[in-house]
Ligand binder design. Structure first.
Ligand SMILES: [Zn+2]
Length: 263
């Protein structure tokens, strides 16, 4: 069984279930948190179509997750979003308005509001989650220095609403669960000293995991078959190498916002 295939994903969910974890969407967790809980977050960066398989598999396993879609072409896809919502999952907005507005806060807040409205034509969005845009010097979360979630009828943004000293954060960036070397912003400050490379490492240590965990999945990284896995491995190894190289070339250290202590 190859890691980052759906066979492994199914195994992970089953093991978490038998370890006693309940599964909540971000919205449900904010409204009424369970004690021993897993949040399955999905950041849709490339193509909405990738989320169909995830949503179906999770539904068949009897669990729910949250799906954050970007507004770009091929991500904002009302038909797919409705299918995913019909399977019991939460839909949210994967926002990047500040980077799109080149750092102009006023413009960013305006487009953010418009985009939330656009999402609400499809689904009653209550939570949003920033897209990292590692090639940009701007941190999309900085809009929250000038506005409140409540101003837009929102109840949560995982990076700022969750306590990652209590909730273990695991993200599949670059097909490794500790890809913080690659991710610029998709990481949190946390008191947990747990590092996992492969999903097997997580499965092996499942009894030692804390009671609250958020997993972030990038659906494009997960494959149905070994052939699909191999194709992704080749494409994404090149992509992440390029990203790292691009970042070194284009983001001057001075322009990078100061490191924040939290979320
Ligand atoms: Zn993203």
């Amino acid at each position: 069984m190859k890691d980052f295939t759906f066979d492994v994903f199914i195994l992970l969910i089953k093991k978490l279930k038998s370890a006693g974890y309940l599964f909540q969407t971000v919205r449900d967790y904010i409204n009424q948190p369970e004690k021993k809980v897993v949040l399955l977050r999905h950041d849709i960066d490339i193509w909405a179509g990738f989320t169909r398989t995830f949503a179906k598999i999770e539904h068949d396993l009897g669990v729910r997750g949250t799906y954050y879609y970007r507004t770009i072409k091929y991500c904002y896809d009302p038909a797919v979003m409705k299918q995913v919502a019909a399977l019991g999952h939460e839909i949210g907005y994967h926002y990047e308005d500040l980077t799109s507005a080149d750092g102009n806060i006023e413009l960013a807040l305006k487009t953010f509001e418009g985009n939330v409205q656009k999402f609400r034509l499809v689904y009653p969005v209550e939570t949003v989650c920033m897209h990292g845009r590692s090639g940009s010097p701007f941190d999309n979360r900085d809009i929250w220095k000038h506005a409140k979630l409540g101003d837009y009828g929102l109840i949560a943004e995982p990076y700022i609403s969750l306590d990652f000293d209590r909730m273990l954060y695991l993200t599949d960036t670059s097909q490794s669960w500790n890809g913080s070397g690659v991710a610029v912003r998709d990481k949190v400050t946390s008191s947990f000293e747990m590092e996992f490379d492969t999903t097997w490492d997580i499965l092996q240590g499942i009894d030692k995991l804390p009671d609250q965990i958020m997993f972030t999945f990038h659906p494009e990284l997960w494959a149905l078959s070994y052939r699909g896995w191999l194709l992704r491995k080749v494409v994404f190894t090149g992509y992440y190498a390029y990203k790292k190289h691009y970042r070194n070339l284009h983001v001057s250290p001075k322009k990078v916002p100061a490191k924040r202590s939290k979320g």
